[in-house]
Design a protein around this ligand. Structure first.
Ligand SMILES: C[S@@+](CC[C@H](N)C(=O)[O-])C[C@H]1O[C@@H](n2cnc3c(N)ncnc32)[C@H](O)[C@@H]1O
Ligand SMILES: [Zn+2]
Length: 270
């Protein structure tokens, strides 16, 4: 609930802290934000960009994740989490954040941010979770140094902002696909390839603000029904390319999940 995390939030206009009210939050400068009926708070300074997941994409993601296909990824992330405050950016349904909070225990709390209000409607349902509509690239409406664990799972990153919100002794957990992630699905359905230099670019961008502590690769096979393949395609960036999602091949597919968790720590001299 919003009340669990309101002390960790900052006004996107003036940077002040908020007072919680029955219908939303207000800062001392009088900037007011209504809480949505579904429980989330929209702290965007402008309209949501074209990169926000649609209602259909979020619904596909929720159904696919509920089936447990990515539970090993959630366990990998939860194993690496520390502290009591977790922030997941580009959180989607909040699936990974909710696993992390479960692992960190009843004293923990979390903020799920996403530029998609449809995603925040889902993440707001998690226990001890405040869901905030925010654009990671525009700056996070979160106080300095409060996040023990920052998560970015298949989501856009902003290393400068991660460094600002990360607590001393905290860490940033980034999950990215490896080159052969879902290769069989990509081949069968003619989808976009994963760039081969993705990991190098991640390390180069994050090590401007963080030390790279470790990489934990995870690889396993998934057997997917044709419907599950459709969900997988519908929830991902390929959903933006109608041609790819229409190229329907009704066969079940055995495919490889190949992802990597990278753990980053704030640089000691900062
Ligand atoms: C591939 S999904 C991953 C969602 C979630 N982390 C998961 O793995 O289930 C990427 C998410 O990032 C969100 N997103 C895209 N651009 C964003 C931005 N600039 N700021 C915040 N969220 C963004 C999308 O709306 C979407 O929910
Ligand atoms: Zn304000």
């Amino acid at each position: 609930m919003l009340g669990d995390v309101v002390d960790l939030l900052r006004c996107p206009h003036c940077g002040s802290s908020f007072v919680l009210e029955s219908n939303g939050v207000t800062c001392p400068q009088g900037h007011h934000f209504d809480r949505a009926r579904q429980g989330h708070l929209n702290l965007l300074r402008g309209p949501a960009g074209a990169n926000a997941d649609t209602a259909a994409m979020v619904a596909a993601r929720a159904e696919f994740l509920l089936a447990g296909h990515y539970r090993p990824i959630a366990a990998l992330v939860a194993d690496a989490a520390v502290g009591l405050v977790a922030v997941e950016v580009g959180a989607g349904t909040g699936y990974y954040l909710h696993h992390v909070l479960d692992r960190l225990g009843p004293g923990s709390r979390g903020i799920a941010t996403d530029v998609s209000a449809y995603a925040c409607r889902r993440s707001a349902k998690g226990p001890r979770t405040g869901a905030i509509v925010a654009d990671t690239w525009a700056g996070l409406p979160i106080a300095d140094g409060v996040a023990d664990t920052v998560l970015a799972v298949f989501a856009p990153r902003n290393p400068g902002e991660f460094a600002r919100i990360c607590a001393p002794g905290g860490r940033v957990l980034v999950v990215t696909p490896m080159a052969d992630h879902l290769a069989e699905v990509r081949r069968a359905r003619g989808l976009m390839d994963i760039e081969h230099d993705k990991h190098d670019r991640l390390l180069a961008s994050m090590t401007t603000h963080f030390s790279h502590r470790e990489s934990r690769p995870l690889r396993y096979d998934l057997d997917l029904s044709p419907h599950e393949v459709d969900l997988l395609i519908g929830m991902g960036p390929n959903a933006f390319h109608a041609d790819a999602s229409n190229a329907s091949d009704p066969a079940p597919i055995r495919t490889t999940v190949a992802v990597r968790l990278d753990v980053f720590e704030p640089q000691r001299w900062r």
